[in-house]
Ligand binder design. Structure first.
Ligand SMILES: Nc1ncnc2c1ncn2[C@@H]1O[C@H](COP(=O)(O)OP(=O)(O)OP(=O)(O)O)[C@@H](O)[C@H]1O
Length: 447
């Protein structure tokens, strides 16, 4: 219900306009002063305030200031006499939705109210969509059999305590799957602790995982609780486990076998019940063969293996993922971009996506940012992909697009440098000889 609060000390005005609005099925509450209006706002759910400027006690401007302070989203339409136009302008500066001059033209009055109502409804819908997206956050999307298989595995294995080993190239969604395992597990209300083993040096990783006592080593000025301990009853996600040093691997293996450990610099044994999820983009079997990864640790963590294949091997997921990112980013940016058409999907499928889903997401974002109207520009996307990784195309048809792009790119650089060949070659990073060849190839001429 759209509830309007009509505020004016002119009882005749109130009486007539209340009737007009009620005939249009609005619910109208009235007040004769700003003070009374505030009291009503405190107890009623008001959608719009229409207030006169000049009133005894609290005038319209002061009422507006109070509304913007305590109900900042609530729209206010200000009514002014011809003599108080300056206050009307001031009220717009202070956040009024709009102003109307008295005597009020009824059509204009109703149109403004209707516009305001539509705006409020769109805003509410936007909030709803944003919330829906947040709720959907973290779904592992795709329609390939690989993705379906992974989703099934998560449903079955998440509620157990078994250790999970997630493998796959960078950007395939390993962290997302780890989060999903945790969210669907019985430990979901306990912490999910993430540690990136590649990002930390061996000593820092050790104190990060095990914790340390004050004074355990130079620089240990405080006692630190380790991640093993914090993850008690929850999940520990060890990302890039393939990058852990052999020394740390030995220490980790012991913790996994005994579920007990000591903080660095302490002899007190601490027990922790965490569930381990490990991930790597390395081929651990190869690493074991080459002596970089302990075989016994590999078998200890490889209880439930989940392998995410690269995006180029499941191209049927590309359309679903791209449209999902477009929708998500559009909402974040308050844009209204349509799903991609068949032609653009075909272009996206000709590319091999070395950066996997992360790269696809970035391209979708770029597409939304640079979309002129409500559609992603296929040529723009084509050029982005060529720029990202020329050799990642697997179709001859795009050779032409690449050449087109190259030609335009060179022309622009030449014009920018007044056809100075050395300067242009240096700027675009190719040898002068190559630039001459390209100019000949594309038959470029200075006008
Ligand atoms: N199937 C999917 N559905 C929805 N979003 C996905 C999917 N796969 C990946 N993503 C998104 O792609 C991005 C990269 O995924 P993520 O960080 O999980 O990859 P990763 O394999 O852990 O990468 P890295 O090895 O570089 O750490 C994230 O924003 C993630 O949400």
């Amino acid at each position: 219900m759209f509830n309007i609060l009509l505020v004016d000390d002119d009882l005749g005005f109130i009486h007539i306009h209340k009737k007009i609005l009620e005939r249009k099925n609005y619910r109208v509450i009235t007040a004769n002063s700003g003070v009374e209006a505030i009291e009503i706002l405190k107890r009623e759910n008001i959608s719009l305030v229409i207030t006169d400027i000049v009133m005894p006690q609290m005038g319209g401007l002061e009422l507006l200031r109070n509304i913007k302070k305590y109900w900042s989203d609530l729209p206010v339409i200000v009514l002014t006499g011809k003599s108080s136009i300056e206050s009307a302008v001031q009220s717009m500066r202070e956040g009024a939705y709009t102003y109307l001059t008295k005597p009020v033209n009824v059509d204009e009055f109703l149109i403004e109210i209707n516009k305001c109502r539509t705006y409020q409804e769109l805003k509410a819908e936007n909030i709803y969509l944003k919330e829906r997206l947040i709720q959907e956050k973290g779904e592992f999307l795709g329609k390939s059999s690989v993705v379906n298989g992974i989703r099934d595995k998560v449903m079955i294995a998440a509620p157990t305590n078994s250790t999970i080993l997630i493998t796959g190239e960078s950007g395939t969604g390993k962290e997302l799957i780890a989060e999903l395992f945790h969210r669907k597990s019985l430990r979901k209300n306990k912490p999910l602790i993430k540690v990136n083993c590649a990002a930390l040096s061996e000593t820092i990783l050790e104190s990060e995982l095990f914790g340390h006592e004050k004074g355990a080593f130079t620089g240990a000025s405080e006692r630190r609780i380790g991640r093993f301990e914090i993850a008690h009853e929850g999940t520990l996600f060890l990302d890039e486990i393939g990058d852990m040093s052999l020394n740390m691997q030995t220490k980790l293996l012991r913790v996994l076998q005994e579920k007990e450990f000591q903080r660095v610099g302490s002899s007190k044994t601490i027990y922790s019940d965490f569930r381990l999820i490990a991930a790597t983009n390395k081929d651990l079997i190869k690493e074991v063969k080459e002596g970089n990864f302990r075989e016994d640790l590999y078998y200890r963590i490889n209880v439930i293996p989940v392998h995410i294949t690269p995006l180029r091997e499941r191209k049927e997921d590309i359309g679903v993922l791209f449209n999902h990112f477009i929708e998500k980013i559009s909402i974040e940016m308050n844009r209204n971009i349509k799903p991609i058409d068949h032609e653009l999907e075909r272009i996206l499928k000709t590319y091999n996506w070395p950066g996997n889903v992360r790269e696809l997401k970035n391209i979708a974002e770029r597409g939304v940012v640079f979309a002129r109207e409500d559609k992603i520009d296929a040529n723009f996307i084509k050029n982005q992909l060529i720029f990202n990784n020329d050799s990642s195309f697997d179709e001859k048809s795009l050779k032409e697009a690449r050449e087109n792009f190259e030609k335009n790119f060179i022309i622009e650089a030449l014009i920018e440098n007044q056809w100075n060949i050395s300067k242009t070659a240096e700027e675009i990073g190719i040898a002068r000889k190559n630039l001459y060849e390209k100019i000949k190839k594309y038959d470029l001429q200075e006008n």
